[in-house]
Design a protein around this ligand. Sequence first.
Ligand code: HEM
Length: 449
Amino acid sequence: MDRFVPVKIALGQKPLGIWGSLQAARNNVLSLIPEIATRQPIVSGKVGVRWHMVMDPTALRRILRDNLQNYPKSTVTKELLRPAIGESLFIAEGAHWKWQRQAAAPVFTHRNISNLAPIMTRAAAAATERIAQHTGRAVDLYSEMMDTTFDVISDVTFSNSDGFDRKELFKMIDTYIDSTAKVSILDILGAPSWVPRPSRAMIGSDIRRIKSIADRAIASHKANKHGEAADLLDLLEAGEDPDTKRRMTRQELRDNLLAFIVAGHETTALTLSWALYLLSHDKDAQNRARDEINAATGDRPIGAEHLDKLPFVRAVIDEALRLYPPAAFVSRTALGPDRLCDRDVTAGDTVMLPFYALHRSHLYWNDPDNFRPQRFMKPNKIERFTYLPFGDGPRICIGASFALQEAVIILATLLKRFAFTAVAGKNPEPVMILTLRPKGGVWVHVDKI
Ligand code: HEM
């Protein structure tokens, strides 16, 4: 049998600036990345503004950590997301970011995340029941995973909210992400927001609707007596600025909860979908994971207490995040002059961090385009700043441990009940819109074990 090579994006053969690659980028932002970005530490150019794509671990450390204040998030990301999630933690800079980050930190402690595991176990069981209705044929696991991770995020954000129309919120948030997600090359290169874009489709009234659903959910949550473990809203309400003791206003709470939903729901669904796609092509890895799961959990449902005993399942997730990082590309704007990889950066330059290319770089990875989860069985062998699915430095993803716990619980639960087999000729196409999505879905043949 031919060796399985996971689907990949045809990266540009010529550097950015060539008309053809601009055209290609309209459909897939990642095709902006030239192939040489997987063989060089930095690629620079000029299309209107000067830009740099940085794949060098030392330079990445400088951008994300040591000289962070010189590299705020680019206006693109902020302008796309601000209408829905306001000046929340995801978007804010400087002091306004810092106090929100400190106030939110306790929400994501190891203990609090472990306490939320039963919600993830329950959502995994519900997914199993749904998928069991369709065994013996091909199922779109991407769509299933979107439902499953939405169950988790809506339960952990608004666990006690009566009358909260979760289906409507789900639909509206996905439509919002879709409509904002069509990032054009103009956006990436930092053209001002008044330049007309083809796709700013979602209108103000839809965004107001999202906010009003969230506001109602918060109000009803307050009115209801609290149930089991403290949810994210309880924890965020209790969070305070360590210096001033200020707590979040109702609007700040809402913006941050919506930020958690927008940043956490689709990204985790993508991780699981790509992991299932990879496993469906690799029976050995699938069997190894299943043996590990059965040995660790017997016939008990999978919960937080099993995580340490599932290193291979975790390695599969890590490897899926390497090959298909949901946030495949983030951008910064340089505030002042700097030097990266012996190259001058001037104020206003766009600095792109293409994690997709970093994770497939021949400089830092052996056999970079292949699925080899065992490379993560010794995580301390992975050089810092060569693997950045969650970013790094002070602005590293606040939900990383939450997402990893959720992904391992759901993947392990599914592997225990089902065998997954690739469907010939039905490969997903990796397309980066705002996130790296499997275009066409992840259709996999599912059998009961
Ligand atoms: C596999 C799933 C996830 C991936 C791949 C992911 C990836 C990322 C990345 C790369 C960043 C940094 C962006 C940048 O530096 O420009 C980020 C930030 C962030 N993520 Fe995640 N994320 C995931 C899940 C989550 C979850 C579950 C939540 C919340 C429940 C969340 C909330 C956030 C927030 C609030 C930030 C902004 C943090 C700050 O700026 O201080 N993410 N995420």
